[in-house]
Design a protein around this ligand. Structure first.
Ligand code: PAF
Length: 279
């Protein structure tokens, strides 16, 4: 695996790649990321990953400073998963001056759910992803692919929408959520959980499964399904931000017979977990 710390080095390494396939990450990698890298390996001639902890997508009180930086083990994992080129710019390289041009997703997609509880989050994500795409794909001639996990369901939708709206010649490929044996969705932030919290954490996915099961049995009272799941987690000591049923197409409230997804975000102690299940 070759490593580029600057945009110039990255472009040099990718100068002969016709079909790069890209997985952006913030490091602290786990098996979920590795699955995305393996998926990318089957899509392009060169598999590229990035590690960049993007300050723009953190609120001031969030964990930017303490976000785990695990460089050595990340490199070993990426190399083992088949990554050919790792792009690891520092802040001065990616943001040599304050980022004044930003990508603002439309409010109806970017300011709901995660965007409601983390204002500006999707501006930060979209802006850095646009910039990473410009770095990674600028030399490519043919098909370009980028893989994003369904674990961050809304992020995947925002990026798909951005690519379509800006006519970027990049195929956005969805990677399935990877889960621990008990069902907890793999996430970099799971590492913040104490042993007791880790044992409890699976309850978020169980709550979402119960919501999905109710929908599958034909229960149409969505408000009751949401309230019941929220109350269940609250009783167990969680602080839920949302447990909600949305249509998959645009994450708005369902109105008829449409493919659905249930999404949840809740705090357990100091750790905020998110998960979702397509129904
Ligand atoms: O999902 C993530 O790890 C980040 O939001 C991303 C896509 C790498 C942008 O910083």
């Amino acid at each position: 695996m070759q490593i580029a710390h600057t945009i110039a080095e990255l472009r040099h390494l990718l100068r002969h790649s016709l079909h790069p396939a890209f997985v952006p990450t913030m490091g602290n990698l786990h098996d979920g990321h590795m699955a995305l890298v393996r998926q990318a390996s089957a899509l392009g001639d060169v598999t590229v990953a990035s590690i960049f902890v993007n300050r723009l997508q953190f609120l001031p009180h969030e964990d930017f400073d303490t976000y785990p930086r695990t460089w050595e083990s990340d490199c070993a994992k990426l190399a083992a998963a088949g990554c050919d080129v790792l792009f690891a710019p520092n802040e001065k390289e990616l943001y040599p001056e304050p980022q004044l041009y930003k990508v603002h997703p439309p409010a109806e997609l970017g300011d709901i759910l995660e965007g409601h509880f983390r204002p500006g989050f999707f501006v930060g994500v979209s802006t850095v992803v646009m910039k990473l795409f410009a770095c990674v794909f600028s030399e490519a001639q043919g098909r370009r692919a980028a893989v994003f996990g369904k674990k961050d369901y809304q992020q995947l939708m925002v990026i798909r929408h951005m690519v379509q709206q800006f006519a970027l010649p990049i195929e956005i490929v969805a990677g399935e959520t990877q889960r621990a044996p008990d069902g907890l969705a793999l996430s970099s932030r799971n590492g913040y959980l104490s042993d007791t919290e880790r044992a409890e954490a699976v309850q978020l996915s169980l709550a979402l499964k119960a919501m999905a099961a109710a929908l599958k049995t034909g229960d149409k009272d969505i408000a009751a399904i949401e309230t019941q799941a929220t109350a269940m987690l609250s009783r167990r000591g969680w602080t839920p931000d949302y447990l909600t049923v949305r249509r998959r197409s645009d994450l708005q409230a369902p109105v008829g017979e449409e493919p659905l997804v249930v999404l949840g975000a809740a705090r357990l102690g100091n750790t905020r977990l998110i998960d979702n299940i397509e129904v």
